[in-house]
Design a protein around this ligand. Structure first.
Ligand SMILES: Cc1cc2nc3c(=O)[nH]c(=O)nc-3n(C[C@H](O)[C@H](O)[C@H](O)COP(=O)(O)O)c2cc1C
Ligand code: SF4
Ligand code: SF4
Length: 253
């Protein structure tokens, strides 16, 4: 089976989960990186024999708007798809259902859904080190079950958790800033999924464009970018109760 990975993963947690599933489903047939601001996604074409692993993180219980918009430009052309939502151990609410709807509109046939946990990229004390060994074993088991459904030729869609209309979306409002250690190398501006950082002056970030994905913070080679510690502290406190009990991976077939 040819597996195409279609990923929005600003800081890599979603990619780690998707890779475990895809590696255990079949041969890699390439990756479409929805985090890239430079790509022409309408050039992405699959065919009915392909299988796609379509993965995105949960941002506020929703699929990131930019990921949905870019996914909708790809031509699924009847390829079967596994939709994967990765969240920071709070909740994923309408993310999986929204991702499945977007995949369906792009011409994919969704045959499975997976929800999995990775480190919370804003409040990093939650779900550290995940996906861990236990998650990996569980995800490998999921891949086996999905492969069984695929090889049986089933086109049946799973019943996914979540509501329509989706819950109200909205940004986290945490816009990272460059500190004095910044060498103006421009890497963060190059990698920002929504081009919110000025190429000419990486010290300048367009707050209206920023989706608080934390890619620039995680990827700065000299750790020069950060978010306001007081705001992160407040967010961490608000998340404490919901995030402290370990959530397990889920499969919907
Ligand atoms: C803006 C933003 C909003 C988030 N909202 C949620 C959420 O609603 N529920 C949750 O459990 N985790 C939430 N998280 C955590 C991410 O879903 C989680 O860390 C995910 O692994 C990030 O994916 P990535 O590593 O591929 O970037 C949020 C993270 C960010 C940056
Ligand atoms: S990646 Fe870091 S050092 Fe490079 S421009 Fe961005 S903040 Fe500055
Ligand atoms: S500026 Fe905002 S959107 Fe761009 S990488 Fe940083 S956090 Fe993400």
């Amino acid at each position: 089976m040819n597996i195409v990975r279609i990923l929005f993963s600003p800081t890599g947690g979603t990619k780690r989960v998707a890779d475990i599933l895809a590696d255990n489903l079949g041969e890699s047939a390439g990756t479409i990186d929805l985090s890239s601001a430079a790509e022409d996604f309408s050039a992405g074409q699959l065919d009915a024999g392909d299988v796609a692993v379509i993965a995105a993180p949960s941002f506020g219980g929703r699929a990131p708007e930019i990921a949905v918009r870019r996914l909708s430009q790809i031509h699924g052309q009847g390829a079967r798809a596994v939709v994967v939502c990765v969240y920071g151990n709070r909740a994923y609410e309408d993310t999986l259902v929204e991702l499945a709807d977007a995949a369906g509109k792009a011409g994919f046939r969704v045959i499975a859904g997976v929800a999995a946990v990775a480190e919370h990229t804003i409040a990093r004390q939650y779900a550290p080190g995940r996906p861990d060994e236990r998650d990996t074993a569980v995800l490998k088991g999921f891949a086996e079950k999905i492969a069984g459904k695929l090889s049986g030729g089933s086109m049946a869609g799973p019943v996914l958790p979540g509501n329509r209309p989706y819950k109200k979306g909205g940004g986290a409002g945490l816009v990272p800033k460059a500190g004095s250690a910044c060498t103006a190398c421009g890497l963060c501006a190059q990698k920002c999924p929504v081009q919110a950082i000025s190429q000419a002056d990486p010290g300048k970030t367009d707050a209206a464009k920023c989706i608080s994905c934390m890619r620039c913070v995680a990827g700065c080679p000299v750790q020069a970018r950060s978010v306001n510690k007081v705001l992160v502290g407040a967010a961490s406190l608000a998340l404490k109760k919901a995030c402290s009990v370990r959530k397990e991976c889920e499969l919907y077939l």
